[in-house]
Design a protein around this ligand. Sequence first.
Ligand SMILES: Cc1ncc(COP(=O)(O)O)c(C=O)c1O
Length: 374
Amino acid sequence: MNNLTRRDWLIGSAALVGGAALAANAHAQSITIDGYVPTPENPIRMSSNENPYGVNKKASNAMHKAHQYGHLYGGGGPQGPLTELIASMEGIPAENVMVAGGSGEILKTLALMTALEGGKILAPQPTYDDTFMEYSDWRGIEKIWVPVAEDLSIDLDAMHAAYTDDVRIIYLCNPNNPIPTVMHGEKLKAFVQEMSQKCYVFVDEAYYEYVVDPNYQTMIPLVPDHPNLIVTRTASKVHAFAGIRIGFGFGSPEMLAKIKTMMTGSINGPAMWGAIESYKDKEYQNFVLRKNAEALQVLYEFFEKHGIRHIKSNANFTFFHTGMDVVEVYNRVRQHGIAIGRPFPPLLDWMRISTARPEDMVFFTEVYEKEFLS
Ligand SMILES: Cc1ncc(COP(=O)(O)O)c(C=O)c1O
């Protein structure tokens, strides 16, 4: 089991539901949708950190209208205005911001850049193991893994101690994924200031909007004065653009130019028009955050009732102690029409669960109670 790769896991999951086509057809469903019955083949998705409420109406209308520019290269996309909007929201110059077709594009490009320039990746474990890590595995880039601390947060002191001169890039996911803890803002700032003199420091802030810990700080304000710092954000979470694809990179103009030269993906125009509306629509964002907090609360109360160790989340997922192999937990929960996380070595008896709607989380607690606690 320890040798199970993410690819094996995905293949195994698809086999369980009788084929990749069925798995791909599963949408972010909810038991509140009229006529929808969760099944193993079309489960409620609590496995990919998606937004269960979908794209907001204003963004959807803007994308609909933008199809009239679909025949134009770049889709007549407002890349300049979108970049300026994000830059002004973050209080930094637009020259420090780039748009991509999802932040994953930038993650992969940074792995490619590391491969071309040579050197190792220094990263906590566990952390986000898709895109950047998968791509760097494929390129054969060596990693220095630093286990998370006792409380499962990223251990910056241990990361500092593990640094060697052949490290090219340090990856820090803040909030981390699959464990939605954050690093202390001041401590991280000092770490970034020091370590970015020695190598690239990449801070992935995909779940930034969900943070509730008052000690958190974004590293974006450091970007203009730290040429080796790269920060990424995504529209895939609070904005529900996971399938539409918009993400952002923050870095020095030289760093962003380098990334753009190597990046092979492109950004579609309708997605950019939609993103402008979505980022302006605070009401929708607040609604999603409120519902996420409610969904997490359902889980916290359940875990507390049963004395199950879990993490107070700064994201749209949490991490809890199953005390048994997560593959077995996954399979048994899936039979009830719910898809939850996957193995995150080395913590193979801890499960990641993404939030769906609060009502769906109640359904999950009922299933879990019946399967494992009664
Ligand atoms: C930590 C982290 N970074 C980056 C991404 C990639 O996001 P996207 O490519 O959708 O912007 C994800 C997706 O789940 C993530 O969890």
